[in-house]
Design a protein around this ligand. Structure first.
Ligand code: NAD
Ligand code: MG
Length: 366
């Protein structure tokens, strides 16, 4: 018997459910009906060619059987699909197929498809509804919270908006086909949610740490449920990132610098953020004196197959620092770091001395 976990992202009239469980895609028409979507509304499924090859056909068939008029558009897999060019192609396709203001976009895929399809939905005819159908572990992060964007040649996520989905329908069965590296990458953000918000979740992740079990139920649904719950609580309190929401960037200021210095080729986002969290945890310990915190963070990241070592990176402290100053999170020339005051409690610090950062950077690897 399938069990479905349910959460609500609490945003007043823009509130929406997150459903997590095995096999939910096979019940998609019923979930859409629960959301009040009827067969008089045209649907457009946006996906990529990896995900599409695996999951598109049964989704389309199920929707057609339920009487929906449904079209699909598939982009090449990978970050390059988050471009103005694919954005325009999808808009053109939607116009040609007469999607109107009542139509609904379904984003079937990882964070790339979610961000791209969500951005299309946020602007098509000044905004139409969309539903997130995440198929990666990392997408627990990207599908919740309403940030949607495409990239500009001069910067990642530089063209975007806030557009909350009608729902997140998370079929954990799709995760069984994820490449191993993508699984680890997704766990970086799962662990991040624990580090910044919920020590009990960190305890639980430690107790259940077993890479072989990472994709097994009930572990997987429980981990996703707890991580989505944290993300939705943060977003509910600060939808437009005027304050609190910035704590979700724990490890990301360093991580973005590593990604950029590696030309987005050497590391996945999750790997770069994992090393970033290791550095940030050491900085946190230096600033707030919580003995053992950094060791705990790095041990857990390693257990989930993530890199934590910055000592072997081919860049100098100066190169990393310079990159960090170009991050969009820099404000008025000050580095804003997310640190852990203690496990489960993140704070935003903009007064960390450069000498502290340099001292941490030069620490011997333990
Ligand atoms: P992705 O969407 O590129 O997916 C990773 C790879 O896995 C792709 O090749 C994809 O085709 C493949 N794939 C996806 N699901 C699969 C499945 N079930 N089986 C087999 N292969 C599958 O990457 P991602 O890591 O999911 O997302 C990264 C993107 O998310 C970035 O563009 C990032 O900027 C964005 N993001 C957005 C937010 C937000 O709040 N909007 C937050 C975090 C990340
Ligand atoms: Mg991230």
């Amino acid at each position: 018997m399938e069990s479905v976990k349910t959460l609500t992202v609490d945003l007043g009239e823009r509130s929406y459910p997150i459903w997590i469980g095995q096999g939910l895609l096979s019940k998609l028409p019923a979930y859409l009906q629960t959301l009040g979507i009827t067969s008089s509304q045209t649907l457009l499924v946006v996906t990529d060619d990896h995900v599409g090859a695996l999951y598109l056909e049964p989704v389309l068939k199920g929707l057609q059987r339920a009487g929906f008029r449904v079209f699909s558009y598939s982009v090449p897999a990978g970050e390059q699909a988050k471009s103005l060019s694919y954005y325009e192609q999808i808009i053109t396709y939607a116009l040609e197929h007469k999607l109107d203001r009542q139509s609904v976009i379904l984003a079937l895929g990882g964070g790339v498809v979610g961000d791209l399809a969500g951005f299309v939905a946020s602007t098509y005819m000044r905004g139409i509804p969309f539903v997130q159908l995440p198929t990666t572990l990392l997408a627990h992060d990207s599908s919740v919270g309403g940030k949607v964007a495409i990239n500009h040649p001069l910067g990642k996520n530089m063209i975007g908006s806030f557009h909350q989905p009608l729902a997140v329908i998370y079929d954990t069965a799709t995760l069984s086909t994820l490449p191993e590296r993508e699984v680890a990458c997704g766990f970086a953000e799962v662990l991040k949610h624990g580090f910044i918000w919920d020590e009990a979740f960190v305890d639980w992740l430690e107790e259940n740490a077993n890479p072989c079990r990472a994709l097994q139920e009930p572990f997987l649904s429980e981990a996703l449920y707890r991580a989505c719950h944290i993300k939705s609580q943060v977003v509910s309190q600060d939808e437009k990132e005027t304050g609190l929401r910035a704590i979700l960037n724990f490890g990301h200021t360093f991580g973005h610098a590593f990604e950029a210095l590696g030309h987005y080729r050497d590391f996945t986002h999750g790997e770069a953020v994992a090393i970033g969290m290791a550095v940030a945890a050491h900085v946190s310990e230096a600033v707030y004196g919580q003995q053992g915190l950094a060791e705990r963070v790095t041990r857990l990241l390693s257990t989930y197959g993530l890199p934590v070592e910055w000592h072997t990176l081919p860049w100098s402290f100066e190169q990393v620092l310079e990159k960090m100053y170009t991050d969009k999170k820099v404000m008025a020339g000050r580095l804003r770091l997310v640190l852990l005051e203690r496990m489960g409690r993140a704070v935003i610090a903009d007064h960390v001395a450069e000498t502290t950062l340099r001292a941490v950077w030069s620490l011997p690897f333990q």
